[in-house]
Design a protein around this ligand. Structure first.
Ligand SMILES: [Fe+2]
Ligand SMILES: [Fe+2]
Length: 354
């Protein structure tokens, strides 16, 4: 698909671009920028270390409601500890010269669960031997960040890439000086490695074919800013890897098309924050239509995408990759999902290669 056709497609579905909570990035302010050459890599493999941030959705919703609603700070909510897990992904990038880079995306929520999945996935061994090149934080949300301690106790000076929009609580966590008994979050191990704080006005190029873009947006539960990773895979196209994708799938892809030199849509992995609590909204159909026009070839969805959306997207022809039965080997499985006839999520222990 030509870039012009892609943008034309987006114009038709522009209404859906803001569904994740954003619209302005689709405005003309970003269109005039020069395209960024992020280079190329050979392949990207993503392992779902854990996509289970909570095990029971009604309980999670009730916690938010009891805590005062979605506009309250997540640091002020007494989360039900028996319900929480966390989000972590392991990304292995092969470069054109055969060398490899290992990136950890996010640090989970409950420390016990995170310790368990880091061990089970092999990440503990990689972290302990300093074979993880970087820890990229998608955003500050509790389920992606609050078990930071589990990563730091394995590799205290791991290079980190975070949005430059963390709140004081999140920054205190990084310094190993945070304890909050109400929300059950603490970290007493200071991060001692290199820290890159990415602002919303530039692309952070990590390695050939690997870049981070921070979308500076307000997010529920008093969080600000989410980063996506972009991989430009030779002869295939651009793959996005996200935590929650609060900026919205179409907004994110629209940004990539406008800013990455030689952009060709190819794939995605991660949470897409569409029907996070399985409630249907007619505008979710527009995201399916928009994604079809863009022409992604391989989609790995999970976490806050919504089973209901992923199944409908697959039924309507989007290339959703099905998960395996590996998640059943984990000590705990979610009570919610599969609320779908097929296993339309890449679940704990699953991998996808682009
Ligand atoms: Fe999340
Ligand atoms: Fe989130």
């Amino acid at each position: 698909m030509q870039r012009r056709d892609f943008l034309k497609g987006l114009a038709v579905t522009g209404a859906a671009a803001g569904v994740g909570g954003l619209g302005p990035l689709v405005g003309k302010g970003f269109a005039a920028k020069k395209l960024e050459n992020i280079g190329e890599c050979k392949s990207v493999k993503v392992t779902c270390v854990s996509e289970t941030s909570w095990f029971d959705s009604p309980r999670m919703l009730q916690d938010i409601k009891d805590g005062g609603g979605a506009m309250v700070s997540m640091y002020d909510i007494p989360w039900t500890q028996s319900n929480i897990g966390g989000y972590v992904a392991l990304i292995e990038v092969e470069q054109l010269d055969g060398s490899k880079h290992v990136i950890q995306l996010d640090t989970g929520w409950h420390q016990d669960w995170t310790d368990y999945v880091l061990d089970k996935s092999g990440l503990t061994a990689l972290l302990s031997s300093k074979k993880v090149d970087a820890l990229v934080m998608s955003h500050e949300h509790e389920d992606h960040y609050w078990a930071l301690r589990s990563t730091l106790k394995r590799y205290q000076n791991i290079p980190m890439v975070i949005p430059n929009t963390f709140y004081p609580e999140g920054k205190a966590m990084l310094k190993g000086k945070y304890k909050n008994d109400k929300a059950h979050v603490w970290n007493d191990i200071p991060h001692t490695g290199e820290l890159v704080e990415v602002s919303g006005d530039k692309i952070y190029k990590m390695y050939p074919g690997v870049a981070v873009k921070m979308f500076d947006i307000p997010i529920m539960l008093k969080t600000r800013g989410e980063q996506a990773l972009f991989f430009n895979v030779k002869d295939k196209g651009v793959v996005s890897v996200t935590g929650c994708c609060h900026m919205g799938l179409l907004t994110m892809l629209s940004w990539a098309a406008r800013n990455i030199e030689g952009y060709k849509p190819y794939g995605c992995y991660g949470g897409l924050h569409i029907a996070a609590f399985e409630n249907w909204d007619p505008k979710f159909d527009d995201i399916i239509k928009g994604a079809k026009k863009i022409g992604l070839q391989k989609m790995g969805c999970n976490h806050c995408t919504g089973w209901i959306w992923a199944q409908k997207a697959k039924d309507e022809g989007l290339p959703i990759v099905l998960g395996t039965q590996k998640y059943k080997e984990y000590k705990k499985t979610p009570t919610t999902g599969p609320g779908a006839k097929e296993n339309v999520y890449l679940r704990n222990g699953d991998t996808i290669t682009f």
